[in-house]
Ligand binder design. Structure first.
Ligand SMILES: NC(=O)c1ccc[n+]([C@@H]2O[C@H](COP(=O)([O-])OP(=O)(O)OC[C@H]3O[C@@H](n4cnc5c(N)ncnc54)[C@H](OP(=O)(O)O)[C@@H]3O)[C@@H](O)[C@H]2O)c1
Length: 263
């Protein structure tokens, strides 16, 4: 997919990573359509990038179809919006569980269906899902977040096969811990010693690369964290013990506290 003059819909464009993603895609020559709930942030950003702003709440089921109708024919969907969904399941109301599942998993699936059908008819398009290394490795106090991000991985890998004959690409991006802006940085949580981070720009660069090269999956994390994630995939019990030993449970506790207001 050539991003020059491509129409790209970015969800979560008001967020720490979404804003940088929007800037990166516009710099690549894309015509960006930006969405999020905070219209006061969305509109100036879209104006600055010569794009369009369409405020929408992705937990509102009807709003998703309206959003795609308003966006018109899009060449690329970047499903980036998410809620942190951290904390103990016991501390969640059923409504909060539904919202996390709706925003993090249902909305990307429904948007991929609606946008993907139009892309398949035109034999041109790309669907990108911003997951997380939490879509490959679980940690305490993140059962809902892990559920949505693991789910997204399976969905995207299967969809990639189904979309292949229609010339529509599907990619998933897996950021590790992102510094400076976004849901981790906003939480004020601290990391165990030795755990490295990446920047929102690194996520934007990886997303552009995934679209342009039609990559199935891209990790955005230091090698050490990618290796730990690889181990978690084959030996989750070992990974859980290592996380406890290096004090990962302190970080997950801090994250749950710092992200509680975003349920
Ligand atoms: N930051 C990290 O360390 C990190 C690491 C791995 C993966 N990720 C992933 O990267 C992506 C972006 O995260 P971020 O760090 O930029 O988080 P963020 O700063 O909290 O931004 C989240 C975005 O999601 C949008 N959103 C939340 N609820 C919504 C709703 N009901 N309807 C529409 N939009 C909604 C927010 O927009 P409004 O508030 O305006 O609605 C905001 O733009 C997420 O998928 C996240 O899981 C982040």
């Amino acid at each position: 997919m050539d991003l020059r003059n491509a129409k790209v819909l970015v969800t979560g464009a008001t967020g720490g990573i979404g804003q940088v993603l929007a800037v990166g895609l516009a710099a690549r020559g894309s015509d960006v359509v930006l969405t999020g709930r905070r219209a006061d942030m969305l509109k100036p950003l879209a104006e600055r990038l010569g794009g369009r702003a369409i405020p929408a709440d992705l937990a509102d089921r009807e709003a998703i179809e309206e959003l795609l109708d308003q966006a018109g024919e899009i060449d690329v969907l970047v499903a980036n919006a998410a809620l942190p969904a951290t904390g103990l399941l016991a501390d969640y109301s059923i409504g909060e569980i539904d919202r996390a599942l709706d925003v993090n998993l249902r909305a990307p699936i429904v948007m991929a269906k609606l946008a993907g059908e139009r892309m398949a008819a035109r034999r041109r398009g790309h669907l990108v899902f911003i997951s997380s290394l939490s879509g490959k490795a679980a940690s305490g106090q993140a059962s809902l977040y892990n559920a949505t991000k693991f789910g997204m991985r399976g969905f995207a890998l299967a969809l990639r096969e189904d979309m292949r004959p229609h010339n529509v690409g599907v990619s998933t991006v897996f950021p590790g811990v992102i510094r400076d802006a976004g849901m981790f940085a906003d939480s004020g949580a601290t990391l165990p010693r030795g755990v490295g981070t990446r920047s929102p720009r690194d996520v934007a660069r990886a997303t552009v690369r995934a679209i342009e090269k039609n990559l199935a999956e891209v990790d955005v994390a230091p090698l050490s964290l990618r290796l730990v994630t690889l181990v978690a995939g084959v030996a989750p019990n070992v990974s859980a013990a290592v996380q406890r030993r290096v004090g990962g449970d302190k970080t997950t506790e801090q994250l749950a506290k710092g992200q509680r207001h975003k349920r």
